[in-house]
Write a protein of this length. Structure first.
Length: 167
């Protein structure tokens, strides 16, 4: 499961809107919380997102790449905060929020979550997450991953008050 704060979830969707018609990309920092027993799966708990530049100049509308130097800088930033890289995100302009053959071929961080947001005509639509499972490149697979969005108590209270006011 992927667990993310509402503000971060909205920020990565907004990033996709801002870079449309090109793909956006970024890194998810947080902690992997191991599951307990056979009933509980591990959770990639996102505590911060970091926007990255898409260095693809040949086809930025349907591909993304994060420069190795930038990725190392983000990894160092994560370590300084006591966090790990737990995943990556990118957008699919005018295409489904489903991984492509290229996404799969270029995914190498086993155990990480890969979030894809479909941005349709400039507006973020569906957002999905996929967990990269396996022990090697040869046996890796993407699995659909549920997303748990944490809403801050003050945001939840404001939403409740708004709903009461509309009744």
């Amino acid at each position: 499961m992927l667990r993310i704060h509402y503000a971060d979830y909205e920020a990565l969707r907004t990033h996709g809107e801002e870079t449309y018609p090109n793909e956006c990309c970024g890194v998810l920092l947080g902690k992997n919380i191991a599951g307990e027993g056979n009933d509980t799966a591990a959770v990639n708990h996102v505590q911060q997102i970091v926007r990255a530049g898409n260095t693809r100049t040949d086809s930025a509308h349907n591909r993304y790449n994060i420069a190795p130097q930038e990725l190392v800088k983000i990894q160092r930033q994560a370590r300084g905060l006591g966090l790990d890289i737990v995943g990556f995100y990118h957008s699919h302009p005018d295409h489904p929020a489903q991984w492509s053959k290229t996404d799969f071929a270029e995914a190498h961080w086993l155990g990480c979550s890969y979030i894809i947001t479909s941005v349709e005509q400039g507006k973020a639509a569906l957002t999905n997450s996929f967990l990269l499972r396996g022990t090697t490149e040869e046996d890796k697979t993407f699995e659909d991953e549920p997303i748990q969005i944490d809403i801050a108590p003050n945001v939840a209270e404001a939403a409740t008050q708004t709903q009461k006011g509309q009744a």
